[in-house]
Design a protein around this ligand. Structure first.
Ligand code: NAP
Length: 295
């Protein structure tokens, strides 16, 4: 019998979140009994409501895919970002201690400052540049400080996938009607397909992995390369103009280089993720098939 068969799992943010929805699908496929939440049904910042909900569900596993992910907006809303990205995971850690469920939490490549020249490993020094990165790092630290027996923190990056707008879906929508798009070339990272992230996360849980792990698709790209590849796969006629970040000013500072190394994941599960370019084909040809098959 597989590890997830018949196990009760909660996915916070599983009804609407980009990653949350992929986790729900992967858990269903693995045979788990899944309850997904949306903010309309459960306010995770209301301690009483959160306690009562988890108490009633009695999960074996809880995946926290809720976060304040609006990186620029977080600069103006540091308290809101801290509540969701730092205080909520700490609260979930305390509940996991009390109720005995296994907690899986997600974090980000934005905990790094981007000055390294080779892919970041899990114990590289962190130095976030933004409110989002700082509050996500606080979430990791608060959880680790609880000394839980059974905690998994998965850092990922540059997500694309079905169910919610993301960088790739936005680029493809714009590329349908524009001749040229200007995209930043001097930020490099690890584009990651949410169904792949969900599957590798479940493989880590199955392997009994504990602590921090990097889970991203293999390879690296700039935003510009990711946009160009998506447009090529979709067969659209739109030219990508490479621009520096300085020509596209944003409130939050982002790391210039944040590729994540997945060696620790491969050691724990025996699996190395496929490349982001292969995964991107699945996203465009399968998930977005209705948008790119006419002619
Ligand atoms: N997206 C990326 O590129 C990326 C990169 C690295 C790491 N991550 C991490 O991966 C995890 C999942 O990210 P994601 O991109 O899937 O996030 P997402 O699509 O923005 O989803 C976030 C979820 O949190 C919910 N949420 C936000 N504010 C809330 C609030 N005040 N009360 C209740 N629920 C609230 C959202 O609900 P609504 O749908 O109602 O807004 C949504 O279900 C996060 O931990 C994130 O830090 C993401």
């Amino acid at each position: 019998m597989n590890f997830f068969e018949g196990k009760k799992a909660i996915v916070l943010g599983g009804k609407t979140g980009l990653l949350g929805q992929a986790l729900v699908r992967a858990l269903h496929e693995a045979g788990a009994e899944v309850t997904a939440t949306a903010r309309s049904g459960l306010n995770p910042l209301n301690s009483e409501a959160l306690n009562g909900f988890i108490d009633r569900e009695e999960p074996a596993l809880l995946f926290n895919a809720v976060a304040h992910t609006q990186v620029d907006m977080a600069e103006d809303e540091p308290e809101e970002a801290k509540a969701l990205n730092a205080s909520l995971p700490e609260k979930l850690g305390q509940l996991s201690q009390k109720m005995g469920f296994r907690l899986v939490h997600f974090s980000t490549d934005f905990v790094f400052d981007g000055r390294k020249e080779t892919a970041y490993v899990e114990d590289d020094p962190t130095a976030p540049l933004s409110v989002y990165g700082k509050t996500k790092l606080q979430g990791e630290q608060k959880l680790l400080a609880l000394g839980l027996d059974d905690l998994l923190i998965v850092r990922s990056a540059w997500l694309f996938g079905p169910g919610r707008d993301n960088f790739v879906s936005k680029i493809l929508r714009l590329a349908k009607t524009r001749e040229t798009l200007s995209v930043v070339h001097d930020q490099i990272g690890s584009p990651t397909y949410t169904p792949d992230l969900a599957r590798h996360t479940l493989a880590l849980v199955d392997a009994g992995a504990k602590g921090i792990f990097h889970v991203v698709n293999s390879g690296r790209a700039s935003w510009c390369e990711l946009a160009a590849e998506a447009i090529k796969i979709a067969g659209l006629n739109c030219r990508i103009e490479a621009i520096p970040s300085s020509a596209y000013p944003a409130k939050a500072v982002r790391p210039a280089f944040s590729q994540l190394d997945t060696g620790k994941l491969a050691e724990a599960t025996g699996k190395t993720p496929r490349t982001w370019a292969q995964a991107l084909r699945d996203y465009v040809y399968t998930d977005l098939a209705d948008q790119f098959t006419e002619e």
